[in-house]
Design a protein around this ligand. Structure first.
Ligand SMILES: [Zn+2]
Length: 176
């Protein structure tokens, strides 16, 4: 999937916020993922960080989407943009599409469990959702998030998954 979409400078601001949330999650021992849901006027409606340990379903996107449901917005996610540190997984992408999120932007691709590797995005159901996907639009943010993920994989004994997940042999971990 090569859908970078219409990228704006505001995307950088909100993706940066997901990285802050991801750092917070990682500092608590969870996977480094943050999620921010923004309305048409670029107000942050919801933000959440991962509470995911390996093998659990406590993903940041899920918490943000459950808050959206709790507020019972009539149009659901129509017109909303969801920003994620990592490409959403099957579960979170499914929730986003059912919630009718209009646009989904992520800082880094997940070549292992990312939904775009597994879903058939040309399926009529998914096409009917008209969701815009923007993958890894900013090289500098991508690098920061990749470094964080490398540290996470290493810290959880999954360093051997770096290539499979991040699609890179390895980048130097320079930031802390
Ligand atoms: Zn997920």
């Amino acid at each position: 999937m090569e859908t970078r979409g219409n990228v704006q400078e505001l995307d950088r601001r909100f993706l940066s916020r997901t990285i802050e949330l991801a750092k917070s999650a990682f500092s608590k021992g969870y996977s480094p993922v943050g999620c921010v849901i923004v309305d048409r006027e670029n107000n942050i409606l919801y933000e959440a960080e991962s509470r995911r340990l390996i093998g659990t379903i406590s993903h940041a996107e899920m918490f943000a989407l459950l808050e959206l449901q709790r507020d019972n917005i009539p149009d659901w996610g129509m017109g909303l943009t969801m920003y994620c540190t990592l490409e959403p997984c099957l579960m979170c992408m499914g929730m986003s599409l059912i919630a009718r999120i209009s646009r989904i932007v992520w800082a880094i691709n997940d070549f292992w469990g990312g939904a775009s590797r597994i879903y058939k995005f040309d399926h009529p159901y998914l096409v009917s959702r008209k969701t815009e996907f923007v993958s890894a639009p900013f090289l500098d943010l991508e690098r920061i998030a990749q470094e964080m993920w490398m540290k996470y994989l290493e810290s959880t004994g999954h360093a051997h998954m770096t290539l499979a997940v991040l699609g890179i042999e390895g980048v130097e971990c320079v930031s802390s």
